[in-house]
Design a protein around this ligand. Sequence first.
Ligand SMILES: [Fe+2]
Length: 596
Amino acid sequence: MIVLGINAYHANAAAAIVVDGRLIAAVEEERLNRVKYAAGLPVRAIQFCLEQAGVKLTQVDHIAIPRDPFARIGTKLRYAIRMPRFALDRARVMKRFSGIREDLASAFEIAPENIRARFHRIEHHKAHLASTYFVSPFDSAAVLSADGLGDFASSMCAVGEGPHMRILGDVVFPHSLGMYYTALTQYLGFWKFGDEYKVMGLAAYGQPEFLDEFRRIVYAHDPLSFRLGLEYFTHQKLGPDMTWREADRTPVLGRIFSPYLEKRLGPARKPDEPLTQRHHNLAATMQAALEEVLVSCWNGLAEKSGKKSLCLAGGVAFNCVANGKIFESTPFERVYVQPAAGDAGLSVGAAFAVQHEILGQPRSFVMDHAYWGPRFSQAEIRTAAESAASDEDVAIAELPEAELVRTTARHIADGKIVGWFQGAAEWGPRALGNRSILADPRRAEMKDILNRRIKHREIFRPFAPSIAEEATGDFFERTHPSPFMTFAYPVRPEKRSVIPAPTHVDGTARLQTVSRTANPLYWKLLRAFGDLTGVPVVLNTSFNDNEPIVCRPEEALECFRRTRMDVLVLGNYVLERKQSPAESAEPAGRFAGREN
Ligand SMILES: [Fe+2]
């Protein structure tokens, strides 16, 4: 049984393929077409998934689409009458989805009737819920999805038992935690699609001094839901102003905070204005108010479900700072967050929803690693590595694995910035040790060096550590695994000076725990670094420079040549610059206006 899940005509377009109940491949279109957050029909991602499964589109049995234009149709129509722009947008969406069979046939140059798959529309939040629960290690769990908006809802919760989920409730437009966070992110001067995580990093610098006001902007409504103070927003009057139908453009979201919000909180910060302590405090308040609502929802869900395990999905599930507080704030003992918790993950969710809820198949799969994307043959990697042989300033060596690991660990310990390209690309937005740039976490200055030489991003944003899983408790105050970098935990006070580079200003770090089984090579590298230094931790940031994370070996090589990285480890090849790149006088990346 072959089920293809496709998140199309929506930001974070992606595809995933499930064969006989097991995920075979999953990839975001942006990694392949190199357009950040690409929307449109993810033709390249679908092609990759089909190739990995060894099938043609004509052999697929079911195609799962995580969008149901008819969901909540009555509510949509009521708003459509009041909001012409919204009505037009809905009409366009329905037209695109009704033509997906023809679009697929056209893209794959086959007749539409040759696609024999049954098409299934899975409501957006049901697909989010399925994306986490059905691939979690739990036989039963409470499940929560929260995002900006999808199929006219922004949140849904359920209880999962075996291959079924029972929906407990939802929160519908215009109330939305995602809209709340985005509106305040815009207000603080960050307007690019996906900038919310920057403000989450900024929050650590401030105090939540505006909490009384923010409790009117967003607040818990009952044990399972929340409300927005709608006077602070515009989307409920004008409709969400989103442009994300094109495959070759990053989505754009229009302003969603109202003049009333500025009246209450003061003028919005312009993107080129300096960040002041007031902005830090606003960011801190925004995060604190979100956490208050989430704690209420989590506890309501714990009580209503009676479960000790929790699965999270939706863009809000990327709030690792909030996630890190689940264990101290709720009865939940185990939490699972899928690596592509956002809308890319809908492709996985829709496929598994069909597998279990529509086809009634038992569960037989756990997503215990994130490496579902493209991998490249030894020959392809050799070709890329050898193409650097003509670079005068680069020395190339091919090393057996044990030596490769020791050499790489030594370079990191020596303060070098190392590009690390191995195995299959990660699923989801985080680099998790296969497409990563690595550095020494013990060197406080490494954060500035990385910003100056490679990343050029805002100085307030933290870098993250990877740690050998078994050492987690030695460095962090919690030991619950965080294999996909979706939790921030306090670093033990005595270790903050040991790993200063990835320790954020509030003493936490958004860690990746690496197990021997999930990524053996990366785990060996962490152990080798630990053998050398006593610290089985490396600083891990995504392998990119103002672009989606590199996917192909040639892209890694190009990024190595373009930036001032010291070493590139490409499979078994070590490419080392003969002279360390000169330091730049460029200031440490405070608003270079670049997206990483
Ligand atoms: Fe979503």
